[in-house]
Design a protein around this ligand. Structure first.
Ligand code: T3D
Length: 258
């Protein structure tokens, strides 16, 4: 019996670091890993002391997607997607706590979908992002067909998904799939630095995430309403009071995330 967790958790100040941990198969995704990952994300979401999350992979990969060693045409893939993958994508995109992906190496298939569902992405220079589904006769899943065109536009999404070619880190940055490319050894440090900045930010960081995520699905009139609601919340936070006081007193603001 293997008692090593498929997702490692570590707390660094106000940042929770989650590491996909099946390195022998490039952190391929099993139903068990997806359950543990969802629980770890929910734990971070529900912990008042955690104000940002970093998600990365152990070893030389972020994740190579679904574990193909156990894939089979007989599998109830609809149930698998609905009960294992969708909840992970749901919590990643709906939790107010921002999530930064440190794409330390290859991210393929549903492993890439999970990275695309994070709020910011830092890629190691040697990382490859691969919509590998078409290579094995599948359709992109775990939100990829929704997330990818919103990041790169429809034309580029068509190319990436239908050809399934490797997208190197530099092209991923040019096309908007990742926010930063850094030297290989610096990927986690850069992601942690971004997460620490977010963790030191005001409560409105989480409200901004909500606003931008909701805006992807709605129309302008609806979004103006979303902004009214969220600004109504933001203006009553202690962080807004602190932000204005700090501005008037010409000093850096010290936010508490509330
Ligand atoms: O049923 C369902 O679950 C449906 C849901 C599907 C969602 C999906 O994610 S479908 C897409 C699944 N992923 C892939 O098709 C990618 C498969 N992997 C690759 O194409 C390559 O491994 C990579 C391009 C990612 C990396 O290539 P490379 O040359 O750097 O590494 P490698 O030698 O191919 O892999 C290293 C080891 O990891 C190797 O095992 P070994 O020979 O050392 O014992 C390889 O078999 C294993 N591995 C890599 N990817 C997977 C995997 N084992 C299981 N599942 C994998 N996805």
């Amino acid at each position: 019996m293997n008692d090593v967790s498929p997702v490692l958790e570590e707390t660094r100040g106000a940042v929770r670091l989650l590491t996909l941990n099946r390195r022998a198969s490039l952190n391929s995704l099993t139903p068990e890993l997806l359950v543990v990952l969802r629980q770890a994300l929910e734990g971070a979401r529900d912990d008042a002391g955690i104000r940002a999350v970093v998600l990365t992979g152990a070893g030389r990969a972020f994740s190579a997607g679904a574990d193909l060693a156990t894939a089979s045409p007989d599998r109830d893939v609809r149930a698998l997607l609905a009960t294992r993958y969708a909840p992970v994508i749901g919590v990643l995109t709906q939790m107010e706590t921002p999530v930064v992906a440190a794409i330390n190496g290859v991210a393929a298939g549903a492993g890439l979908s999970i990275a695309l569902a994070c709020d910011l992405r830092v890629a190691a220079r040697s990382a490859r992002l691969i919509q590998a589904f078409v290579r094995i006769g599948l359709v992109p899943d775990a939100g990829a067909t929704w997330l990818l065109p919103r990041l790169v536009g429809l034309g580029r999404a068509m190319e990436i998904a239908m050809l399934g070619d490797d997208v190197d880190a530099e092209r991923a940055e040019r096309w908007g799939m990742v926010n930063r490319v850094v030297d290989d050894g610096a990927c986690l440090d850069e992601a942690m630095a971004l997460a620490e900045r977010l963790a030191a930010g005001p409560r409105s960081v989480g409200l901004i995430k909500r606003a931008l995520r909701q805006g992807l699905s709605g129309d302008l009139a609806g979004q103006l309403q979303v902004e009214e609601d969220l600004q109504g919340l933001a203006i009553r936070t202690a962080d807004f009071t602190e932000g204005v006081s700090a501005f008037l007193e010409k000093r850096p603001a010290v936010f508490q995330g509330r």
